[in-house]
Design a protein around this ligand. Structure first.
Ligand SMILES: C[S@@+](CC[C@H](N)C(=O)[O-])C[C@H]1O[C@@H](n2cnc3c(N)ncnc32)[C@H](O)[C@@H]1O
Length: 274
C-alpha cells in the first residue's frame, strides 16, 4: 500500500514536470507584447479584449470561451475558480464580461506569472487572484466557490476521480463544475503530438462514460454531458503566438482524430452531490 502510494506520488511529480516543461518553455510575455505592438496596441496598457486573439489557449478562442460561459450558466456575482487557467484569458473574461469574482490556478509557474502581469496591465488585478497549484490539490477551503471552470485541461490529469473529489470539496452546496475536454473515442488511439501533449506520458484520455463515472465517484452529479465534436472543426479563432513551431501539426492531428472517431470533444456540467 505504502509502496503503491509512493509510486503514485513519483509518477504525479513526473507528469507535473512534463506538463510544466511543455507549457513553460517559451518566451510567452515577449511574444504577446510583440503581437500587441504589431496590432497597434501599447503592451503596457492593453484592454482584456485586446488580448483575446492570444490569451485563449484552445480551439476557437474567445468564441468557445463565450459559449462555455453560456452553457455553464455563469452569472454576475458568482465566485468562480478556474483550474488550469493558462494565461488567464477565461478568468479575465469571467471578471470583466460576466461580473464574477475569480480565483485561478495553473500548474505551470511561467503561465501563472504571465497571467498575473497581463491581468494587472488590464486593470483587473483586484478581481482575479492567481496561484500556482495542481488541480488535484487545490489551495482553497471546503465550500468556497459557486462554480469551478475547466477548459482544455483534464487531458493532462490521470486521476479523474481525484479531480472530481477536489472540485466537489471546494464547491459550495449546489455549486457546479463545467468542463470542456477531449475524450477517448471508439476509433482507436490518438496520433501524437497533440496540442496538450507530445506523447502518451502526459496524456490521459478516457471515454465520456468513464469520465462521468469518475466525476460521480468523486462527489459530483453530472447534469449535462454533450458531444461538441462538430464545433471543433475549422478556424482555431486565435493567433497562435505562444504555441510551439509544430503547433500546426498538433492541430492537424487533433482535427483528423476528431474526424475519424479516435477522439471526442465534450462539455460536461456537474453539480456537487447533496
Ligand atoms: C491547453 S492549456 C489551456 C489553458 C486555459 N484553460 C485556456 O483555455 O486558455 C492547458 C493548461 O492546463 C494546465 N494544467 C495541466 N495539468 C494541470 C493540473 N494538474 N493542474 C493545474 N493545471 C494544469 C497547463 O499548465 C496549461 O496551462
Amino acid at each position: 500500500m505504502r509502496a503503491a502510494m509512493m509510486m503514485r506520488e513519483v509518477s504525479m511529480t513526473d507528469v507535473e514536470a512534463i506538463v510544466q516543461g511543455y507549457y513553460g518553455d517559451r518566451p510567452v510575455l515577449q511574444r504577446i507584447e510583440d503581437a500587441l505592438r504589431a496590432a497597434g496596441v501599447d503592451p503596457e496598457t492593453p484592454s482584456h479584449r485586446d488580448l483575446w486573439p492570444f490569451d485563449q489557449l484552445h480551439s476557437r478562442g474567445i468564441v468557445a470561451t463565450r459559449e462555455h460561459a453560456e452553457r455553464a450558466r455563469i452569472r454576475a456575482g458568482m465566485y468562480v475558480l478556474e483550474i488550469g487557467c493558462g494565461l488567464g484569458g477565461a478568468s479575465r473574461y469571467l471578471a470583466a464580461e460576466c461580473g464574477c469574482r475569480v480565483a485561478a490556478i495553473d500548474l505551470t509557474p511561467a503561465f501563472v506569472e504571465v497571467a498575473r502581469i497581463l491581468t494587472a496591465r488590464c486593470g483587473l488585478a483586484d478581481r482575479i487572484e492567481f496561484r500556482q497549484a495542481n488541480a488535484l490539490a487545490l489551495p482553497f477551503r471546503d465550500g468556497t466557490f459557486d462554480h469551478v471552470w475547466s477548459y482544455a485541461v483534464t487531458m493532462n490529469i490521470a486521476d479523474k476521480e481525484g479531480l472530481g473529489r477536489e472540485v466537489a470539496r471546494v464547491l459550495k452546496p449546489g455549486g457546479r463544475f463545467s468542463c470542456n475536454e477531449i475524450a477517448q473515442g471508439p476509433g482507436g488511439a490518438p496520433v501524437f503530438p497533440m496540442p496538450w501533449a507530445t506523447n502518451g506520458t502526459s496524456s490521459f484520455l478516457v471515454s465520456p462514460k468513464a469520465m462521468r463515472a469518475a466525476l460521480e465517484a468523486g462527489g459530483l452529479s453530472v447534469i449535462e454531458q454533450v458531444d461538441v465534436t462538430a464545433t471543433r472543426f475549422g478556424d482555431t479563432g486565435r493567433q497562435p503566438v505562444v504555441e510551439l513551431d509544430d503547433f500546426p501539426l498538433r492541430v492537424h492531428n487533433l482535427q483528423s482524430c476528431l474526424a475519424d472517431g479516435r477522439l471526442i470533444a465534450q462539455f460536461i456540467l456537474a453539480e456537487k452531490s447533496a
